[in-house]
Design a protein around this ligand. Sequence first.
Ligand code: SF4
Length: 242
Amino acid sequence: MVFYGFQKTTLIDYPGAIASLLFTGGCNFRCPYCYNPELVETHTVAQYSGEEIITHLKKQKGKIEAVCISGGEPLLYREGLLDFINEVKNLNMKVKLDTNGSLPEWLKKANVDYIAMDIKTSLQKYPQFLNPCENLTEMMSKIRESIDYIINSNIDYEFRTTVVPGLVTESDIEYIATNLIPNAKKYYLNQFRPQITLDESLGNLRPYSNDKLQEMAEICKNLNIDCRVRSGYSTEGNQHKF
Ligand code: SF4
């Protein structure tokens, strides 16, 4: 298991806990708004081995309460990731996993305490986010499988959508709330922040106003979903830099 980014302390990534934040390299998606294209496309030299991280975390016992694993798509590391998670759990630290939901078979095996799953937009619009080699029908079914697993598990979770004008509309949010995550416990609408993006043309895209995002959140609340707007930060697409 190798990591391409490591933030030793974060107060904002694990709800209610002091955490460390790790980034894996590589992703099977190609979200145009992805904030860390270098992790998705050009990661070549691992910066930290799993052993190094565990050695560091052992020294932090009592100070660091949780570890957040983001990407890229961490579940692409399969057994390597599962083993690493178990090692962290053996240190009595909680684990939060960020995922795009494309690998439910590995998600189900991950011994984590919190799952944050991206829902990019309406399922039929996923081709705009996928690597062209991915099969849409298969992917739609995997996304649904991940959602069902998360909602029916006893694991704490959140779903989240980065609301990028053009890629995510009000009717997409309504579709997600109605068809994908009815009665979900927590759903965040993350504000899009134009900066370094995988598709450079999005760098000049004007985000929706916060009022517009609040209106979208209201649509979800009216459908009995606890939906909040998050305008400050997100590990989805990783606005963190390391
Ligand atoms: S936003 Fe997430 S799922 Fe999309 S390309 Fe970037 S790392 Fe992958």
